[in-house]
Design a protein around this ligand. Structure first.
Ligand SMILES: Cc1cc2nc3c(=O)[nH]c(=O)nc-3n(C[C@H](O)[C@H](O)[C@H](O)COP(=O)(O)OP(=O)(O)OC[C@H]3O[C@@H](n4cnc5c(N)ncnc54)[C@H](O)[C@@H]3O)c2cc1C
Length: 442
């Protein structure tokens, strides 16, 4: 018999889409969220009255079909991320200004790097990465070790960690080559993931991606309970009991829609389900530092706001001005190992370092009106972003059981989706899968 009551743990995109689908089928759903807000790794920041930017996830492309249809269904709109103007590069020596986004580095060396990455990416079995030919070897090697062995030219060695930082918020020492290749393939391939126009970063949600979760939560109403960190899930006599700091909830099934490091922290009775993370699973490392100016002044100087930098804290910057045209917002990405260093600074030191670097890159900038730093590495209920980084051994050990239910407990979350893993699209697809599993329960 289809379950009559379900508890969903986590009010991010995965949990809320699961709950939405179950509620639409008449199932009595309760969503338990640890934070005092919904949205998880989507998070809006109001930079001026009624003008929002994304402190978390922002970009989407045409292939993100489930996200796009949800945006449409919820009455939201997308806005293009058009980048007009030249880019700035600080890759050693003088700062350089160039049309387009290709860095002023040895083109043959970078071409060779991308060819090697393409080769790895196209060989991956995206649905079952653990069955990729040579998976055992690829899953023992870190991306840093791979670079050491395969990248001879100093420009390729310089650019590789910057590329992985931007694409995956990863320090190459933290992830296996198998995970790197899988992630790039899962997101649509190198070109698609990396591109603004026509690619995965073509659009934003006008007004902020957090609205998708807020509107889903509005639809679910009192079924969503905030400030309820779940500690344990007990199963007995055909029911589940989900235990929070505030109380306990009984239902026929539960869904854990959490990042793997947090899903593993929940106590289970009986016995733990197969682990979703291992000792080498790392937090994705990204901190966003958004500087607010009266207007996007770089545009008046023919600059797009895009920059790539060998030295931190801002390893890349992007024009994050709200689609309404102001205030001007320059968002810097602090990724990989640099995020740990930056995260350890005081708020004042972070602001000073970000402002100083922005002014070196874009000398026309005055003192900013505000600086918003969103540190995902040290967020206890995210433990990193964009997504967990699977380290050596993780895919082979945990991959095959990624979506397997544990009795009456099901699993969702972007890290359980082999399509668009780590992205909003992956989170939504995982929610749809988990809801379908529950509705199909005998
Ligand atoms: C800076 C940044 C940039 C990103 N950029 C992009 C982008 O441009 N495009 C894109 O598509 N994606 C991007 N992402 C990734 C995207 O945000 C995620 O893939 C997606 O939001 C994950 O959704 P989820 O529901 O799987 O997990 P989450 O959003 O992490 O949701 C999990 C929820 O569970 C809650 N929770 C945790 N532990 C407990 C507990 N014990 N009890 C109860 N609740 C708990 C959390 O508070 C959270 O609300 C980015 C992420 C970040 C942070």
């Amino acid at each position: 018999m289809t379950p009559r009551a379900a508890v969903v743990v986590g009010a991010g995109l995965a949990g809320l889409t699961t709950a939405d689908r179950l509620a639409a089928q008449g199932i009595d759903v309760t969503v338990l969220e640890a934070r005092d807000r919904v949205g998880g790794r989507t998070h809006g920041i109001e930079v001026a009255p009624g003008r929002w930017i994304d402190g978390g996830a922002a970009y989407l492309g045409e292939r993100h079909t489930e996200l796009l249809s949800l945006i449409d269904e919820l009455g939201l709109k997308t806005a293009p991320t058009t980048m007009l103007g030249a880019s700035r590069f600080a890759l050693g020596g003088e700062h350089a200004t160039r049309d387009g986004r290709f860095p002023p580095l040895n083109a043959v060396a970078l071409g060779d790097l991308f060819e090697q990455l393409e080769e790895l990416t196209s060989a991956v079995r995206p649905e079952e990465p653990w069955l990729t030919p040579g998976a055992e070897h690829l899953d023992t090697l870190t991306a840093a070790e791979w670079a050491e062995q395969h990248l001879a030219h100093p420009d390729a060695r310089l650019f590789f960690p910057l590329f992985l930082g931007e694409m995956m918020a990863a320090d190459p020492a933290d992830l296996s080559v198998l995970h790197m290749a899988f992630y790039l393939r899962s997101g649509g391939g190198l070109r698609y993931l990396n591109a603004f126009e026509g690619g995965a970063q073509q659009d934003r949600v006008a007004g902020g991606a957090h609205q998708v979760c807020e509107r889903l939560a509005e639809r679910l109403g009192v079924r969503v309970r905030l400030g309820e960190p779940v500690r344990a899930v007990h199963q007995d006599a055909g029911r589940v009991t989900v235990v929070t700091d505030q109380g306990s909830y009984r239902a026929d099934v539960a869904v854990l829609a959490l990042p793997p490091l947090l899903a593993d922290a929940i106590e289970h009775r009986p016995g733990p389900p197969p682990h979703r993370a291992g000792e080498r699973t790392a937090r994705g490392c990204a901190i966003k530092a958004s500087l607010v100016y009266p207007a996007p002044l770089w545009r008046d100087h023919g600059l797009s706001g895009w920059s790539v930098n060998a030295r931190g804290p801002l390893l890349s910057t992007v024009d994050d001005t709200p689609p309404e045209g102001g205030p001007g917002v320059l968002t810097g990405f602090v990724t990989g190992a640099e995020a740990h260093r930056f995260g350890a600074l005081s708020a004042g030191e972070q602001r000073e370092a970000a402002v100083r670097q922005a002014a070196q890159l874009f000398p026309m900038l005055p003192e900013p009106l505000a600086c918003h730093v969103t540190d995902w590495v040290n967020e206890p209920y995210s433990q990193g972003c964009y997504a967990a980084l699977l380290g050596p051994g993780d895919w082979l050990a945990h991959g095959p059981a990624l979506t397997a239910p544990h009795g009456r407990v099901h699993f969702a979350g972007t890290e359980t989706s082999t399509a668009y893993f780590g992205l909003m699209e992956g989170a939504i697809r995982s929610g749809h899968r988990a809801a379908a599993e529950i509705l199909a329960r005998p």
